[in-house]
Design a binder for this molecule. Structure first.
Ligand SMILES: C[S@@+](CC[C@H](N)C(=O)[O-])C[C@H]1O[C@@H](n2cnc3c(N)ncnc32)[C@H](O)[C@@H]1O
Length: 248
């Protein structure tokens, strides 16, 4: 787990519990990948390996790559091959038939560096199937965190990169890719465990500091009129960017 006060700090146990909806909602990008038995596939930002394992079940030879040691330890427990490293500095050459990524790219601010590394990592004809937070993702949540951080004289540590279709296309093409399909998909996402659990899990690096519990309470209070229904159920204002790009 990374230290508090950093853009991201993952607690593998909390992610496995309160973040389990993330891989559970990964079917569309898995379908876009359409893995085939015998293919070599890199899962970039594989986390605790739930979707990596789904890819492995198809008979593909999959390697999980992630920056976080705690999450990778969970992936290893599933019997998966993993490697720790920064997705913005991939060092593979002509190694994979496909690169897959779910819910990870927006945590890597330097997208041109990621795209260059993925392009290099692919064999000619290889494909990159990716879903990540896109432009407008969790806009209400980000605004509430900013407001509360400002009230407390804190940096909101809001470093995620949620690209538009135009920007992602431009950057993918600059890296050499042919973009086959790309779209932004608004995806209101029910939070069965509520907003406080979401904030604790996905903004752990910000809220895991002195006064964090009070700031979580203030943030949920600000968000309730927009994201909590009269029955008390929370929905996060997710927007996903999904694309399939080829190294021709
Ligand atoms: C929300 S999780 C998604 C995990 C998994 N793909 C899933 O669908 O459950 C985001 C993942 O991106 C990883 N990540 C963030 N920044 C990274 C970086 N610079 N290099 C590699 N992995 C990174 C995190 O460690 C985390 O495992």
């Amino acid at each position: 787990m990374a230290e508090a006060g950093t853009p991201q700090a993952w607690d593998a146990k909390a992610y496995g519990t309160f973040g389990s909806f993330v891989p559970a909602l990964g079917q569309a990008v898995l379908d876009l990948l359409a893995p085939v038995a015998g293919e070599s596939i890199l899962d970039l930002g594989c986390g605790d390996g739930v979707l990596t394992a789904r890819i492995a079940e198809t008979g593909a030879d999959v390697l999980g790559h992630d920056a976080d040691a705690g999450l990778l330890a969970r992936a290893k427990e599933r019997g998966l091959a993993v490697r720790q490293g920064d997705g913005q500095a991939l060092d593979y050459d002509d190694a994979f038939d496909a690169v897959f990524s779910n819910a990870a790219l927006h945590w890597m601010p330097d997208h041109p560096a990621v795209y260059a590394g993925v392009y290099r990592a692919l064999k000619p004809g290889g494909r990159f199937a990716c879903e990540c937070g896109g432009f407008g993702n969790i806009a209400a949540i980000r605004t509430a965190i900013r407001a509360v951080a400002e009230r407390h004289g804190q940096d909101p540590i809001d470093r995620q990169n949620y690209p538009s279709v135009v920007r992602a296309t431009r950057e993918l093409e600059a890296a050499g890719f042919r973009v086959d399909a790309i779209a932004l998909n608004p995806r209101p996402t029910p939070l069965a465990d509520g907003m406080a659990a979401w904030l604790n899990t996905f903004r752990h690096g910000f809220f895991d500091q002195q006064g964090g519990a009070a700031m979580i309470a203030e943030t949920t209070e600000l968000l309730a009129p927009q994201l909590q229904d009269p029955d008390g159920n929370w929905t996060a204002d997710y927007v996903r960017l999904r694309f399939l790009a080829f190294k021709d």
